[in-house]
Design a protein around this ligand. Sequence first.
Ligand code: PLP
Length: 381
Amino acid sequence: MQKPLNKSMRPVKMLDLHAQYLRFKDEIDAAIAGVLARTDFIGGQDVRTFEQELAAYHGASFAISCANGTDALQIALMAMELPPGSEVITPGFSYAAIAEMCLLIGLKPVYCDVDPETYLMNTSEVEALITPNTRVIAPVHLFGQTAPMEAIMEIARKHNLLVLEDNAQAIGSEYTFSSGKTLKAGNIGHISTTSFFPSKNLGCYGDGGAIITSDETLARRCKMIANHGQSVKYIHEIIGMNSRLDTLQAAVLRVKLPKLNGFIQERQTAAAFYDKALSGIAGLHLPKRTQNSTHVFHQYCITLESAAMREGLQEALKQHEIPSMIYYPVPLYKQKAYHQDIHLPVSEDLSQRIMALPMGTDMDEEQLNFIVTTIKQYFNN
Ligand SMILES: Cc1ncc(COP(=O)(O)O)c(C=O)c1O
């Protein structure tokens, strides 16, 4: 039996936001104090500057900030002015927001299956799902890797569809096309969305989100929609909503954006540690890297041989106060709210066997060693 939690070891969390805050406390506190001093809480100078910095980071023309990543999806979809009932092809194994927002505004999510090893959209199935009502392909860059965008963009061009990238989990990931051209995730399709939920790779200290595009018409419409459909105060041209990134969050994000690539490197170092320590364990499969994309490891998700093995491992980790999570336990089309009578074998299988290990910045070797030793012990390795 492994020793109980070493008293001197920092407790293992899924993600240690507090440790990261302490590292940059002076800068973050000063940024927050600046907003308090200016009291420009709504639409303040940090919001506009952050939007410019975020667009530049992606190499895109426009970034429009908003209240969260779910609103960002709604705004992007509304900006497309799609006929009611238009179909949006998106993975069945994913976070709920895209399906939810489609249904909220009268669009139909059409679910495709995912690759069993990368967990990303299986593009070989997309064309068969296209109907005269299809308008959008919405890949999700799940867990930190860019979906196979070359194939997705080719299908979209061929069928005259828009591509909306849900980039809540892969900000900073880079995708290289067969031509050798490299683009940032979120700057490949016609429009993309991201989330600054605190646990995201670029997280703020509350809720936040953004839309990124280089299409001027879409950008203009998104900006209006996020602001009650107005570009001139009290003149409402289209139906919009109230979705704002508040200035305090923008100030925090301005401190963190220049550090994002460093955060990603820290996550990649932790992932490499897991890869090395956990390779060759029968019944445990490591997350596969795609050839075309860097992996920014929003999550480090392994798959186990069976649901029972997953349950056993989670329990063993829990006994050592090591958290783990299941992303996602139920495919979207099996959720009561978004139910469709379809069967996607990989999505269903993954939901039974996938499991995320602790992942983030500020993980030290002692913690990582403790986690992998506990896992190996469970497998008698
Ligand atoms: C893939 C994906 N899309 C959208 C969202 C929604 O973002 P938010 O929580 O900021 O609304 C999330 C957040 O968890 C996500 O992981």
